[in-house]
Design a protein around this ligand. Sequence first.
Ligand code: SF4
Length: 488
Amino acid sequence: MSSLIIENLKSDPMKIRLMHMPQKFEGDSPRAGEMFIYIMAMGLFSLASELKKAGHDVEIVHAGMEFLADPAFDLKKYFIKENPDLLIFSLNWHPQIFETIEAARAAKRVLPGVKTAFGGFTASVFAEELLEDFSESVDFIISGDGELPLVELAQKLSKGEEPEGVPNLFFRKDGKAQSPATYWCPSEPEFSSYDFADFSLLRRAESFSAPYIVPPGSTLQSIAGHDVFYLATSRGCTVNCSFCGGGKNAHGQYFKRSEPIFRNPEAVLHSVAQALDHGMRSVYICFEMPHARQDYYADLFDAMAREFGSGRIRMLFESSVLPDKRFIESFAHAFDLSGSQYILSPTSCQEHLRKRFLGSFYSNAELEKSLAALESAAIETLLYFSIMPGQSLDQTKEMIRWQTHLRNRYSALIQTMPIELEPGAPWALEPDKFGLRILRKSARDYYLHHKALSCEKIDIQRQVGIDDDALIKSWRFFEEFERRRSQA
Ligand code: SF4
């Protein structure tokens, strides 16, 4: 169905570059030399391949790889040399906002005729504001899914037509942002027809890897061992976690998606085969959501074992629900368990805080039962925690004790990280409902925050973006505890 649509949208070829900008730390930042959001949004592959099918000259450019390959890499020189007609910037995660806006600004300075389109979650949340407040960088915003809208936009631009009528497209007219007349989401067959692993569309594909953080002094060679391919299986969520900008309501509001969609197993297997052909053996799926297609992943794992052989692939699987018996059995049978992980985010050790802030609940006892089952199947677990608003010092000490117990009893790996305020998250949209005082709201606030964060030392309160004395006190205590633990 999708291919038919694309066939009808063939237009004069345009030169299109899809850009991924990581956050870069420098100057007086304690993280100087590091890159964050090195992981690229999975959708860049599907967008690029749909544009290619429509006949355009397309390439995905991961600026992080360019910086590692050549520390003197100059974006302006790159833009001048490439001279694209259309630049598509992925602004999915808010930490990318400063670098992405600056890259687009640089492009438009050196190539006044180039058009720039932004897409992704953060771009969708701030669509109107980005068009009006950053007009020197942004021409178009694709809100929500981008495959068909980008093909239509490219077609209109190549014919010199106005962009009116393109679904999901925010554009500017007389200095004011204009909303889309219609919205579009792919159907499941369309979603399944997209190619999420055509490495030929990625510049420097031979050096592609996806570490969460790139430490100072890294080179393309030094991070090459980070063999993880992010595998697209679904879009959407069934619940709302207070801190997450990608929950059910955000998908409804910004993406006009009422329920999650899934790729059919054959399409997912095809992507895995492409990743294996490219030399990658570890795939990351994020994630299983509550009450959605209960057996989808267990069926998929069985199919992967049949197709590629049991134990050939390493699986990193991030879930918001506890695994059932069938899931554990399929996982243990399908994957190479040395290097595979089941990843969960209990977030808090306090059940009342988990109930208040997370969209799906399980008790501590239920979690421990699942950890025991995973351990007896030899599946490693990684647990993510944070310190939540309203969490007292005593509760933080309790969290530390429980984490020690989980490490000792179930060999669980544990990471505790601050949750930063995120655009479109329930507690960012309605802070009063959660009793929070938040420190940033607008795209400009996030831009200035990340501009400062990338080159200054800033305190934990500004980092999380929530003005809460108990939270800050708990974080300072926890950081001191971790510092001493690492020295012991
Ligand atoms: S963090 Fe919560 S709301 Fe966000 S995607 Fe995961 S389960 Fe859904």
